[in-house]
Design a protein around this ligand. Structure first.
Ligand code: MG
Length: 185
């Protein structure tokens, strides 16, 4: 359930949604270190590993241990900040768990990313990103937010958002693909 009051001041704005990891922030080093620490090949495609063996990786990756290795995607952050200055409402939606909220806020500040709201995955939510994000966007649409654009790197999520919300312009980012992490091909 979304904390509706944080959106009240965004009701009259055109809203742009941004994913964080591999859209605004390059997490490729954290990805490789987390694989290494889990005893896995740092160049492997995580999707090719059996789910039981992925858990160790996710535990490290979704902790703050290697977050200091993350780098800002300057080009995209510059464009985002320009949109913020032009009056668009900027909402960040991420699959990062709420336990990383403090570290994420600190990172957003350090990388000078401007935004109006940050929505993180609630405690104990284990839905795949694409299911979780579709539900989240539907809730936002239902409370009357005028979402015009969505930025995302995950191909599966891009496809499902396009399908479910044909009026939202979906911008697909290729940072993960270029860095050869979380890649499908
Ligand atoms: Mg992402």
């Amino acid at each position: 359930m979304l904390p509706l009051d944080i959106f009240n001041h965004l009701k009259n704005k055109k809203i742009i949604l941004y994913d964080i990891d591999n859209t605004l922030i390059d997490v490729s080093e954290r990805y490789r270190m987390s694989l290494r620490e889990s005893g896995l090949d740092p160049n492997i495609n995580i999707r090719k590993i059996p789910p039981s063996e992925r858990n160790r990786f996710w535990r490290v990756f979704l902790s703050n241990k290697y977050m200091h290795l993350d780098k800002p995607n300057q080009q995209e952050i510059k464009k985002l900040n320009k949109k913020y200055d032009e009056g668009y409402g900027i909402i960040l939606i991420t699959g990062r768990p709420g336990t990383l909220r403090k570290d994420t806020l600190e990172q957003l500040r350090r990388f000078a990313i401007k935004y109006h709201a940050l929505i993180m995955r609630p405690k104990n939510n284990r839905e795949p990103d694409k299911i979780y994000k579709v539900r989240l966007i539907r809730e936002m649409v239902n409370i009357g937010l005028n979402i015009i654009e969505y930025h995302e790197d995950d191909p599966g999520t891009v496809e499902i958002i396009k399908e479910e919300f044909p009026r939202i312009k979906v911008i697909k980012h290729d940072l993960a693909k270029r860095k050869f992490i979380f890649h499908d091909d």
